[in-house]
Write a protein that binds this ligand. Structure first.
Ligand code: AMP
Length: 398
């Protein structure tokens, strides 16, 4: 793991600490409806405040594209954050200029202040050096606690790290350590579960993983593309028939890298994709022209269970079937529960994230027992694709 500094490496007492957080929370009628993102940054904010820092929160909300859009104000989020922290969080109506400077100047040690949506300025997404300088004017130290925005080279997520001494917050630190334990420096064998709808959206991810993991389980709609490429019938299943060459190329790359690809051995099919549809578990060769493959079968799950037995690290992205509609959630739920159980027993490390993965693992009641669940979405996927995340790189360089 590339080196980065943490809150253990700095004395923050009396310092103005600019903290980038991800508070892009779901809202309805001006109220926060899911506080997960706020909860994740609580440890960093309380620690800084307890240590006597002047804590200045920077964040974005929605996509105002450089204009002031009152509905995208962070003020209600500041109020929700204050309620969760059980301490006051002041608010400044602009993240730079007079208004921000005045609000910062009134802070006592341990106080918290949230600055208005950074994306109200074009310079934020453009990573404009002048805008970054204007942000930096209000801080002595920069802390990035927003892994989920670190795939963007924006002023508050990247630019600032070059202007102020930069540190990873506790949530960023936990995420980077979990990711390192999963793919950077993992215990082997490493098994990746990749599911979801399409191969086309996960090409980079598959290509990166075959070079890094020992076993790659492919499920979900994307497995159909691989099965079709191998000459198996897929009926009217979701399948990208034009990606046959791509699928074969990925299988070749896996072979060359010594990565075992584990595709479904049997499948659950139905004539219709709806709740209560007549679902049958059948061998691959028995898929009829009017069948839709909607989940992996019981033999496949048995084989996966055997592979899990001596696996030391699991990385999971995407459901193994159309999990939103029972009984097609069976594959995802069964496999997720096994990973959760083995993790709880201390037999493996498990890291999951991206897109629908969270919903699927929650549905299985498995998320609490995974070693780490990333809520980062796009940043987590880019990391799975092996891309360098600008916000993380800047932290390491600082
Ligand atoms: P993704 O966002 O790529 O992770 O894809 C998640 C979506 O893939 C979910 O909505 C699943 O219902 C869908 N999915 C998984 N397996 C299948 C399948 N065999 N047929 C159709 N859709 C599927």
């Amino acid at each position: 793991m590339s080196a980065f500094k943490t809150l253990d490496d700095v004395d923050v007492k009396g310092k103005r600490v600019l903290v980038r957080v991800d508070l892009n929370v779901p809202m309805a009628d001006g109220k926060v409806t899911d506080t997960t993102r706020i909860d994740r940054v609580v440890p960093t904010l309380t620690e800084l405040s307890d240590k006597g820092a002047k804590v200045i929160l920077m964040a974005h909300f929605g996509r105002p594209k450089g204009a002031v859009v009152p509905e995208m104000s962070l003020k209600p989020v500041a109020e929700a954050t204050a309620a969760i922290l059980s301490r006051p969080v002041a608010f400044a109506g602009n993240c730079i200029g007079e208004e921000a400077a005045t609000a910062v100047a009134t802070l006592a040690d341990g106080d918290l202040l949230m600055l208005e949506n950074a994306r109200f300025h074009k310079g934020e997404e453009a990573n404009d050096p002048e805008f970054a300088k204007a942000l930096a004017a209000n801080g002595d130290i920069y802390v990035n606690d927003a892994f989920s925005v670190s795939h963007r080279a924006h002023a508050s997520s990247e630019g600032l790290a070059h202007l102020l001494p930069a540190y990873a917050g506790r949530s960023m630190e936990a995420e980077l350590r979990a990711l390192d334990a999963a793919l950077g420096n993992p215990q082997r064998p490493v098994l990746a579960v990749v599911g979801g709808a399409k191969v086309s959206t996960k090409l980079d991810l598959l290509e990166n993983l075959v070079g890094k993991v020992d076993r790659l389980v492919i499920g979900g709609g994307m497995a159909n593309t691989f099965l079709a490429a191998m000459g198996k019938p897929v009926g009217k299943s979701l399948c990208e028939h034009d990606l046959g060459d791509t699928a074969r190329r990925i299988l070749e790359a896996a072979k060359a890298a010594g990565c075992e690809v584990i595709l479904p051995k049997d499948v659950v099919v139905a004539k219709e994709f709806k709740a209560g549809a007549d679902a049958r578990c059948i061998p691959l060769d028995a898929v009829a022209d009017d069948d839709m493959i909607l989940d992996v079968g019981t033999d496949s799950l048995g084989s996966l269970a055997v592979h899990m037995e001596d696996t030391k690290t699991v990385v999971w992205n995407g459901p193994l079937g159309a999990f939103e509609i029972p009984p097609f959630d069976n594959g995802t739920v069964t496999a997720a529960r096994q990973v959760a159980m083995l993790t709880k027993a201390g037999r493996l490390t498990s890291v999951a994230g991206g897109g629908d993965t969270l919903a699927a693992l929650n549905q299985a009641g498995a998320s609490d027992d995974f070693s780490y669940i990333s809520t980062a979405g796009g940043a987590f996927l880019e990391w799975l694709e092996g891309k360098e995340l600008p916000g993380v790189k800047a932290l390491s360089a600082s």
